[in-house]
Design a protein around this ligand. Structure first.
Ligand SMILES: C[S@@+](CC[C@H](N)C(=O)[O-])C[C@H]1O[C@@H](n2cnc3c(N)ncnc32)[C@H](O)[C@@H]1O
Length: 328
C-alpha cells in the first residue's frame, strides 16, 4: 500500500499562508463535525444561494477572472474564497486539466483547484467563480477550497487515485450541506450520479437546495447506519466516499459497500483520528481502521495524511472485493 503522497507542483500556493487564515474556520468545523444539527457553521446556513450574483467582465477569447461583484469579490477567504484578491486579482488566468479527470487547476496570481460549474452563474457556498467564453459557450469554474473539503485536500496532497471521474456513480456518506458534494457533482457531470447521504436535517435542508439545481445529486436524508432505509433509491455504485467522522465509520462504510458497491469498486474514506479514539496516537488509529477494512473485504491501497489542510486526518483509498490476481 502506498503511504503519503507528495504535494503537486504548482498548487502549493494554497498552503500554509491560507492555513493560518483559515485556522478559525477549521476549528469551528472541527467542533461541529459529526454532531447532528450542528455540523456546518452559521456562515453556511444562508450560503446556498448565490443567484444572479455574477457580474461579467469583458473576457475576450481568454479566460479572465470573473469580476463577481457579488460572490467572487465579496466573500472573504475563510468563508469559501480561493485566497486574497481572487484567482488572478484582475490578471489574465488560464485553466488546465488536473491529473484527475474532471478536476482542473486555475493558474493566475495564485493557483487554485477548480471544478467546472454544472450550474453556470451560481455559487453553492460563496466560493469564487471565473468564466471563459468560447464563441457562444461560456465555461465556468468554481474554486475548491482544500480547507473546506477533505477530498480537495487529498488531491492537493497528491493522492494517486480518487476513482471519481466524469460518468461515475458515487455514494457520498456524510454529505453535510453539500459543499464537497457539489464539486463531486461537477466532476461526475450529467452522465454521473451522486447519492448524497446525510442524517442531519439542518444540513439536509441546504443539501436539498443544492440538489434542486443539480440533477445528478440524489439527496438522502437518512442515517447511513441503516442502508436498508434507502435501498429502493440507490443503484450499484462505482465508488463510496465517506466523511462521516464517526467512531464506527468503517463499519458504516462496509454496510453500504455490502449493499451498493460493485465488486472491484473503490472506497475513499476520510478518517479523523480523534473522532475514533482521542487517546491513541493518530497513526495507531489509522492503522487500526485499516485493519478493520481488511476484515470487511475492503483492501486499502493508498493512505495519506491531510496536512497542512487538516490535522490528524488521513484518507484511505482502496478496492472492494478485489478480483483474485491470478483468476483467468
Ligand atoms: C465532517 S462532516 C462532512 C463534511 C462534508 N463531507 C463536506 O466536505 O462538505 C460529517 C457529516 O457526516 C454526517 N453524519 C455523521 N454520521 C452520519 C450518519 N450515521 N449518517 C449520515 N450522516 C452522518 C454529519 O451530520 C456531518 O454532516
Amino acid at each position: 500500500m502506498a503511504v503519503q503522497g507528495s504535494p503537486l507542483e504548482g498548487v502549493e500556493d494554497l498552503g500554509t499562508e491560507e492555513a493560518e487564515e483559515d485556522e478559525e474556520a477549521l476549528v469551528t468545523g472541527e467542533e461541529e463535525e459529526g454532531e447532528e444539527d450542528s455540523v456546518i457553521g452559521e456562515d453556511e446556513e444562508d450560503s446556498v444561494t448565490g443567484e444572479d450574483e455574477e457580474e461579467e467582465v469583458d473576457s475576450g477569447p481568454q479566460m479572465v477572472e470573473d469580476s463577481g461583484a457579488g460572490v467572487a469579490a465579496e466573500v472573504p477567504p475563510e468563508e469559501g474564497g480561493g485566497g486574497r484578491g481572487g484567482f488572478g486579482a484582475g490578471k489574465k488566468i488560464t485553466v488546465e486539466p488536473h491529473r484527475h479527470e474532471g478536476v482542473f487547476i486555475c493558474r493566475g496570481k495564485e493557483d487554485a483547484l477548480v471544478t467546472r460549474n454544472m450550474v453556470v452563474g451560481e455559487s453553492v457556498y460563496g466560493e469564487k467563480r471565473m468564466s471563459i467564453e468560447e464563441g457562444e459557450t461560456k465555461i465556468e469554474y468554481r474554486a475548491w477550497n482544500p480547507f473546506r473539503s477533505k477530498l480537495a485536500a487529498a488531491i492537493l496532497g497528491g493522492v494517486d487515485q480518487i476513482h471519481i471521474k466524469p460518468g461515475s456513480k458515487v455514494m457520498y456518506l456524510g454529505a453535510a450541506s453539500g459543499t464537497t458534494v457539489s464539486h463531486v457533482s461537477d466532476i461526475v457531470g450529467p452522465e454521473g450520479l451522486v447519492y448524497a447521504v446525510e442524517f442531519s436535517h439542518r444540513s439536509g435542508r441546504d443539501l436539498l437546495n443544492v440538489a434542486k439545481k443539480r440533477t445528478n445529486i440524489i439527496p438522502i436524508i437518512e442515517d447511513a447506519r441503516h442502508p436498508h432505509k434507502y435501498r429502493m433509491l440507490v443503484g450499484m455504485v462505482d465508488v463510496i466516499f465517506a466523511d462521516v467522522a464517526q467512531p464506527d465509520q468503517t463499519r458504516i462504510v462496509a454496510l453500504n459497500a455490502h449493499n451498493f458497491l460493485k465488486n472491484g469498486g473503490h472506497f475513499v474514506i476520510s478518517i479523523k483520528a480523534n473522532c475514533i479514539d482521542s487517546t491513541a496516537p493518530p497513526e495507531a488509529v489509522f492503522a487500526s481502521e485499516v485493519k478493520k477494512m481488511a476484515g470487511e473485504n475492503m483492501k486499502p491501497q493508498e493512505q495519506l495524511t491531510l496536512e497542512p489542510y487538516e490535522r490528524d486526518h488521513a484518507v484511505v483509498v482502496g478496492i472492494y472485493r478485489a478480483p483474485p490476481k491470478d483468476k483467468k
